[in-house]
Design a protein around this ligand. Structure first.
Ligand SMILES: NC(=O)c1ccc[n+]([C@@H]2O[C@H](COP(=O)([O-])OP(=O)(O)OC[C@H]3O[C@@H](n4cnc5c(N)ncnc54)[C@H](OP(=O)(O)O)[C@@H]3O)[C@@H](O)[C@H]2O)c1
Length: 314
């Protein structure tokens, strides 16, 4: 198959391209915004382009059978949801014109019955925009992905290790079902090989359901051997929480604020059809954290590059 990976410079995209090259014999094309800054990990066709600029990225879709959409726009100031909407629309139109058969999109967990945060609502909107074309879309919905380079895990890690005492918002008690990056990649590859997953929406998660408090405590214990004291208080609004996280961690605020807005929504798997269908051994949270922190090298530089000073919305 001819497979396109968008977001190939990102946390998930990088790992997926590596796995495609080592575990499959598909022909891989990647779409990157700056080809000069991208070192291909092997035999991949590199196409430069930006999904916000119609006319400039469509060559990446020529002869493609299946495209992974691993893009989000929380990397610059301004309205990320508007940019995500526009990027998904441009991509769906271009995929249609190129005759792409399938799109695989990594989205966010969370119940439609809840009032979803702007971040999670935007993920849902992208799901439906991608589905407006002729390509059949497979959606994988995940909560926090644990791995080297994951912005959401980076926030957890830095909060867990930088503060011995934390006065936290109430969302610290929200349940979450984090998933290891290895498992995410395994599910991404598994759906590619199973045509019956085309057109389906699946939820994916690890074996542990934890509150954010439990994730912070376990992460701190693994890294420092100590558990911080966590004191939830009712007075911290989502906006104040975002400022607080912005002060303690170095995740760019364009990324941190929407992610923090999402932590009031429970993100747990309620439908495990994909886990029943494919053989992916779920990685325990603690194993995933140990792997992530043992490989977390060079991430600072990459995350800083995500939001370069002065970078504005396109
Ligand atoms: N990480 C998690 O915990 C998590 C959890 C659930 C779902 N997801 C979803 O998984 C997907 C991938 O997330 P990630 O963590 O890998 O994100 P990431 O590391 O921030 O990577 C985002 C990628 O999108 C690319 N991109 C952004 N705007 C673009 C544009 N206009 N045109 C072309 N490429 C563009 C970036 O390229 P540049 O290098 O040029 O910036 C980068 O490669 C997203 O949809 C996200 O919502 C992630």
């Amino acid at each position: 198959m001819n497979v396109l990976v968008t977001g190939a410079t990102g946390f998930v995209g990088r790992q997926l391209v590596d796995a495609m090259l080592t575990e499959t014999d598909h022909d891989v094309t990647v779409l990157v915004r700056d080809a000069t800054a991208y070192e291909p990990p092997g035999d991949v066709t590199v196409v430069e382009g930006n999904v916000l600029e119609p006319g400039g990225f469509e060559a990446s879709l020529e002869q493609i059978d299946v495209a992974y959409y691993l893009i989000h726009a929380m990397d610059a100031r301004g309205d990320f949801a508007e940019r995500d909407r526009r990027g998904a629309r441009n991509f769906a139109l271009a995929a249609n014109a190129a005759g792409v058969e399938r799109i695989i999109y990594l989205s966010g967990l969370g119940s439609d019955a809840d009032k979803l945060s702007s971040h999670l609502a935007s993920r849902r909107e992208v799901e439906s925009i991608l589905a407006t074309g002729d390509a059949e879309v497979t959606v994988l919905r995940a909560a926090v992905i644990i791995g080297d380079g994951s912005a959401s895990f980076r926030m957890i890690r830095q909060l867990a290790t930088r503060l011995p005492v934390m006065v936290t918002p109430q969302w610290i008690r929200t349940p979450c079902q984090p998933i290891a990056i290895d498992d995410v990649v395994a599910y991404c590859l598994a759906v590619l090989e199973r045509p019956e997953t085309a057109g389906e929406t699946y939820e994916i998660g690890g074996p542990d359901r934890l509150t954010y408090r439990e994730m912070l405590l376990k992460t701190a214990e693994i890294i420092t051997g100590r558990r911080p004291l966590i004191i939830p208080v009712p007075i911290l609004s989502p906006r104040l929480s975002a400022y607080w996280v912005g002060l303690v961690t170095d995740v760019p605020k364009e990324l941190a604020y929407p992610l923090i807005g999402g932590v009031r929504n429970p993100v747990i798997v309620t439908d495990d059809r994909l886990a029943q269908l494919v053989d992916v051994e779920p990685t325990p949270f603690e194993v995933a954290v140990r792997r992530a922190v043992s490989t977390e090298v060079g991430t600072d530089e990459r995350l800083e590059a995500v939001t370069r000073p002065g970078r504005d919305a396109e």
